[in-house]
Design a protein around this ligand. Structure first.
Ligand code: NAD
Ligand code: G6P
Ligand code: MN
Length: 441
């Protein structure tokens, strides 16, 4: 009989929850869960998904002890794993993050540029509170976080909890990309042994080895050069995501060394992206009209029908699978490879030790055993150092309540650059975020 684990899902009302729950059902044989709690600060939002979850588990995971709550004692006591996916300020504030900069001629995006800065400044407080709430009640639990902007959250948590080695930050974009690569090359993505370096939403695949030692990166680059990056059945299918994938071909034409993370488009082509983004209808609107609506409608519909059999809310298997597989890899010491966010400490030889880098690591019961990548070429080093300076200055601005550091952060960001523009955007974001940010003096 395998050991069974207790899990709490922070942000139970997230649009990603149904997919995650489905992944837990799928993997119950290899990763048995004894008790699952969903926790959220928004009871009404969580209730819709929580009622759907009750039905799903009655149908697919009857022995699971499941509950949803807004009570921290119930949520965080006696836990083995905390999976965290919160969004401070909700989609309403994401919309502001995107629209305020766009109205001033600057990229507005969930995690990149001033939008990511604003979101980071909101996330830090709640994330620190969550870790404290967990540690009071479950000092040994693994905290697996993918709350965005993951780069800034990871650096802030490292600053606040430097000795806590059981907080692991991860992003699913590398896995989404690997699945697309697999489809383009007609290979099972699990066959890839990838080499990757960078920061979160700011990295590159250098090699895609298979079990026989063949590197498939050259073949993939040739394929993209000839046919574009048009993955059939991509994990992300909305129009804005398909445009985003298409930009990979542009980046490879200009910088052919490595396969870029899709988010680099905002930093490499800010003017072009700006001309393509619509300040009156942004990705937040697309998500509210699309994913969010679908997920909540379908959960309500399933509850009305008394069965989850007709629900298709599971739109991105890669995300849910990755998170559950990560917990399983730790629980059963599987030493499987994941791409995660860690303190550099020599992994990229010519970057500072305290940079929070994103690299491949073997994950087991003792946590990540990362793979170093040696020295990186000047272009990538320069890009990363500038972006990390932006991230670090953002975190310092939050901890010190410093307006100057915030201004430095935005000026450092490749999507902004001009300090006058940075000040204008910053002042507007301060006004919009007064309920969430520390006062900046
Ligand atoms: P969402 O708004 O649908 O869900 C977030 C939930 O968190 C909401 O129900 C909200 O009420 C709740 N919440 C807000 N503050 C909270 C707090 N302090 N404690 C507990 N719950 C809180 O958003 P979403 O689009 O489903 O995304 C959720 C999060 O996951 C976001 O941060 C998103 O960026 C992140 N995400 C990250 C990755 C990644 O690769 N790193 C992938 C997918 C989603
Ligand atoms: C990718 C990124 C995440 C991001 C998610 C959803 O998976 O890695 O960090 O939150 O996409 O973005 P969306 O715009 O669809 O909400
Ligand atoms: Mn991500």
């Amino acid at each position: 009989m395998k050991k069974a684990f207790n899990l709490v899902l922070v942000g139970g009302g997230s649009t990603w929850t149904p997919g995650l729950l489905k992944a837990m059902c799928k993997r119950q044989g290899s990763f048995p869960i004894a008790r699952l709690v969903m926790f959220d600060v928004n009871a009404e939002r969580q209730r819709v998904i929580g009622e759907y979850a009750k039905l799903l588990f009655a149908e697919e995971y009857p022995e699971l002890d499941f509950t949803y709550t807004t009570d921290k004692d119930i949520a965080f006591s006696d836990m083995d794993f905390v999976l965290c996916q919160m969004r401070t300020g909700g989609y309403e504030m994401r919309e502001q993050d995107e629209k305020i900069p766009l109205s001033m001629g600057v990229i507005g995006q969930e995690t990149c540029g001033p939008g990511g800065f604003a979101y980071g400044m909101r996330s830090i407080r709640d994330m620190i509170e969550m870790v404290n709430d967990v540690r009071e009640r479950s000092p040994e639990a693994w905290i697996l976080n993918y709350t965005n902007p993951a780069a800034i959250v990871a650096d802030a948590l490292k600053h606040e909890f430097p000795e806590d080695d059981k907080i692991l930050n991860i992003c699913d974009q590398p896995v989404n990309l690997l699945r697309s690569y697999g489809r383009l090359l007609d290979m099972n993505p699990d066959e890839f042994d990838p080499v990757y370096f960078g920061l979160n939403h700011f990295g590159w695949f250098t090699h895609l080895y298979d079990q026989k030692g063949v590197d498939h990166a050259p073949r993939l680059k040739a394929h993209i050069a000839e046919h574009g990056f048009i993955p059939v059945d991509a994990e992300q299918r909305d129009q804005s995501w398909l445009d985003t994938y298409a930009a990979v071909a542009d980046m490879l034409r200009d910088f052919p060394d490595y396969l870029p993370n899709t988010y680099l488009q905002y930093y490499l082509y800010p003017e072009y992206k700006l001309s393509k983004l619509d300040a009156s209808y942004t990705r937040a609107n697309e998500v509210m009209d699309g994913r969010e609506k679908r997920v909540f409608d379908e959960c309500r519909q399933a509850v009305a029908e008394g069965t989850t059999k007709n629900a298709t809310v599971i739109h991105n298997d890669a995300h849910g699978d990755m998170i559950v597989e990560l917990a399983e890899a730790i629980a059963f010491n599987q030493k499987r490879k994941f791409i995660v966010i860690l303190q550099n400490n020599g992994l990229v030889e010519n970057l500072d030790d305290d940079v929070m880098v994103e690299v491949a690591a073997e994950i087991g019961i003792n946590g990540p055993r990362p793979y170093g990548v040696g020295k990186i070429p000047t272009f990538y080093k320069g890009m990363i150092e500038q972006q990390f300076a932006y991230e670090r200055l953002t975190v310092e601005a939050w901890f010190e309540g410093s307006y100057t550091k915030a201004l430095m952060a935005l000026t450092m960001n490749r999507t902004v650059v001009d300090a006058r523009k940075a000040r204008k955007v910053l002042d507007a974001l301060i006004e919009a975020n007064k309920d969430f940010w520390p006062e900046l003096k």
